[in-house]
Design a protein around this ligand. Structure first.
Ligand code: F6P
Length: 366
């Protein structure tokens, strides 16, 4: 008898999503009695009328392992527990819980199980759906690498590679003009991308949320890089970095079906702080932004994503629901969704990697 598994990619996109999809589809094809469906834009595809579902076959996923983005699209707005509905009488948007209806729809469609590829917020939803009786498996994704339930998430290595290449490019222009460049990278409340890119790119200063900075300490470091006005420096700053006694640069983003703190802008804020504190060098700012999430995933991410996809399908096949795949000590394992969500993995200020960075002369501004 044919069985059906439905895939959804949820939250911000991340290089490697397509490799996960391909891994699931190819592994399922080996069984011969599984059909794989993709719901367009996370769960919207099921909740929309008419539904938007794509049948994913081996030919649909041919050659997508090196493709950025997700062939079944994604969204970080709404979701089955908070579906935005416009109330014409009040003129306000309201949120309705459509999770029961969604589970009913999935059963009517003959879906036996769901695999949700998403970050922390999406896996919270997976856990809630599991508690409501849906047979679901999670696959973690984020370029931020900030989930404690897994040593690594796919997409992170690609983001670090992109940021490192950006530093390499900034160095040549910085050196030519005797300038200081501030390069802002993503990472939300953690400094993993900043730290690894700073190490790989040989930056002079690395500012991360886990180590609040003192602007005068940064200036000391910058001045040491100049002799009689000539020299250059590279500062890598994580979007969530903040000064001692200061605050994160973020604004409330309230879109329909989405409410979050949108981070970004610390590069310009830091530039202002440096000038105000007396730094005399020429400063330029670069915000890498979504470039870090775009394009071709590096080989490591394709491999990790493929392994996650294969494991996720095998959990489904073996009936091990309520689990999230995870990479621990070089092994692909699974952990209960209940333990997987809500635990952020921060950079440890006393860790070996921070020590290595300091040993190579990188200042954390502390
Ligand atoms: O979590 C991944 C991430 O890229 C963060 O690093 C960043 O702060 C955020 O998503 C950006 O989200 P959006 O695509 O909604 O602007």
């Amino acid at each position: 008898m044919m069985k059906r598994v439905l895939l959804a990619t949820s939250g911000g996109d991340c290089p490697g999503l397509n490799a996960v999809i391909r891994g699931v589809v190819k592994r399922a094809a080996m069984e011969g009695n599984w059909e794989v469906l993709g719901s367009i834009q996370a769960y919207n595809g099921i909740l929309w009328e008419p539904t938007e579902i794509k049948i994913l076959t081996e030919s649909t996923v041919k050659d997508i392992h090196n493709l950025g983005g997700t062939i079944i699209e994604t969204t970080n707005k709404g979701g089955p527990f908070a579906w935005p509905l416009f109330n014409k009488q009040t003129g306000q948007w309201e949120y309705v819980d459509r999770s029961d209806e969604m589970i009913r729809k999935l059963r009517l469609m003959g879906v036996d199980a769901v695999i949700c590829i998403g970050g922390d917020g999406s896996q919270r939803i997976s856990h809630q759906l599991y508690e409501k009786g849906l047979d679901i498996v999670g696959v973690p994704k984020t370029i931020d690498n900030d989930l404690s339930a897994t040593d690594l998430t796919f997409g992170f290595r690609t983001a670090v590679q992109i940021a490192t290449e950006a530093i390499d490019k900034l160095v040549t222009t910085a050196a030519s003009h005797n300038r200081t460049f501030i390069m802002e990278v993503m990472g939300r409340n953690t400094g993993w991308i900043a730290l690894e890119a700073a190490l790989a790119g040989g930056a002079d200063v690395c500012l991360i949320p886990e180590i609040p900075y003192d602007v005068n300490k940064i200036i000391d470091k910058l001045n040491s890089k100049y002799k009689r006005g000539r020299g250059y420096a590279i500062i890598v700053v994580a979007e969530g970095a903040q000064p001692k006694d200061g605050h994160i640069v973020a604004e409330k983003a309230d879109e329909i079906g989405y409410s979050n703190m949108r981070m970004g802008g610390i590069a310009f804020e830091l530039s202002r702080q440096l000038k105000e504190a007396g730094f005399e060098g020429d400063i330029r700012e670069t915000v890498l932004g979504h470039l870090q999430r775009g394009g071709v995933p590096v080989a490591y991410d394709r491999i990790l994503a493929t392994r996650f996809g294969v494991k996720a399908f095998e959990l489904v096949k073996d009936g091990l629901f309520g689990q999230m795949v995870s990479f621990k000590q070089s092994e692909i394992i699974s952990v209960p969704l209940s333990e997987a969500v809500g635990h952020t993995k921060f950079v440890e200020p006393d860790s070996e990697i921070v020590h290595a960075a300091r040993s190579c002369g990188i200042s954390f501004g502390d």
